[in-house]
Design a protein around this ligand. Structure first.
Ligand SMILES: Nc1ncnc2c1ncn2[C@@H]1O[C@H](COP(=O)(O)OP(=O)(O)OP(=O)(O)O)[C@@H](O)[C@H]1O
Ligand SMILES: [Mg+2]
Length: 219
C-alpha cells in the first residue's frame, strides 16, 4: 500500500543523511515495528510517511501515487492517522468529543455516530465515567488509549505511532499492542510503530532496525 522509493532525508548536511536510498513497502492488514538507537531518525521517518515533512530525495507512494501528487494536506486528512508520544488530543475536550471531532474533520464514514465512538472507547477501557471528562483529567495511559481510539474511528488506512507504549506499565503496554494488532488484522489497516522495546516490536508482524542510515529487516 505504502512504498518508499530511494527515500533520503537530512536536516542540515546533505553529506550526513539520517537515511539514504531507503526502499520499503508497508501493506494493509500488517503491523510493522521500527527499532533503532536514539537519534537515528525514527521519528523523522514517521513524520515523512505521515506527510508532515517532505523527502529530501526519493519519494513516498500511496498505491503507486506520490504523496506530492496526492497533496500532503489531503493525505494527512484522509489517509493517515497519527499517535504521537504526547498523545496530541484536543485537551479542552472530552474523550467522546475528541473522537467525534476527528470523525467530522476527516469525514469518516462513522461521522456523527456517538454510539460507535462510545463503543470503541468502552472497548479500550474508557468507560461511561470517563468519556465526558476533560482529557487533561485522565491518566497518561488513559489519554494514550483515547488517542488510539481516535485512529480506529477514522477511515485512514495507515496508522503511525511514535513510541506509543513509551510511558505505560506492562499491562497497558500489552493492551495497547493488542489493540494495534486488532487495527491491523481486524480493521485491515497498515500499522507502523516506532519503539525502543524489543518485546513490543516482537508483538508486531514485521520488525526493522534503523542503523547506519539503512533499515534492516530483522528475523
Ligand atoms: N528539526 C530538526 N532540525 C535539525 N535536526 C533535527 C531536527 N529534528 C531532529 N533532528 C536531529 O535528527 C536526528 C534524528 O532525530 P529523530 O527525532 O528522528 O530521532 P529518533 O530516532 O526518533 O530518536 P529518539 O529514539 O530519541 O526519539 C537527531 O540527531 C536529532 O537531533
Ligand atoms: Mg523519536
Amino acid at each position: 500500500m505504502l512504498k518508499t522509493q530511494d527515500l533520503s532525508y537530512w536536516y542540515q548536511n546533505a553529506n550526513q543523511p539520517l537515511f539514504k536510498n531507503v526502499n520499503l513497502e508497508f501493506e494493509e492488514g500488517e503491523s510493522y515495528a521500527i527499532l533503532g538507537h536514539s537519534g537515528t531518525g525514527k521519528t523523522t521517518f514517521l513524520s515523512l510517511i505521515a506527510g508532515l515533512d517532505t523527502p529530501k530525495d526519493g519519494a513516498i507512494l500511496l498505491q503507486d501515487q506520490s504523496l506530492k501528487k496526492i497533496g500532503l494536506t489531503n493525505y494527512r486528512r484522509k489517509h493517515v492517522a497519527i499517535v504521537f508520544q504526547a498523545y496530541n488530543l484536543f485537551t479542552y475536550m472530552s474523550p467522546l468529543n475528541n473522537l467525534l471531532t476527528a470523525m467530522a474533520i476527516t469525514e469518516s464514514k462513522h461521522a456523527g455516530d456517538r454510539e460507535y465512538a462510545t463503543q470503541v472507547l468502552r472497548d479500550l477501557g474508557i468507560g461511561e465515567d470517563l468519556i465526558t471528562r476533560n482529557v487533561q483529567h485522565l491518566s497518561g495511559g488513559q489519554q494514550q488509549r483515547v488517542a488510539i481510539a481516535r485512529t480506529m474511528v477514522c477511515d485512514a488506512r495507515l496508522v503511525v505511532a511514535d513510541e506509543p507504549t513509551g510511558n505505560l506499565d506492562e499491562d497497558n503496554t500489552q493492551a495497547v499492542i493488542t489493540q494495534f494488532q486488532s487495527i491491523a488484522h481486524d480493521q485491515k489497516k497498515c500499522v507502523v510503530i516506532v519503539t525502543h522495546e524489543l518485546d513490543v516490536a516482537a508483538m508486531c508482524d514485521h520488525q526493522y532496525r534503523l542503523e547506519n542510515r539503512q533499515f534492516t529487516k530483522l528475523a
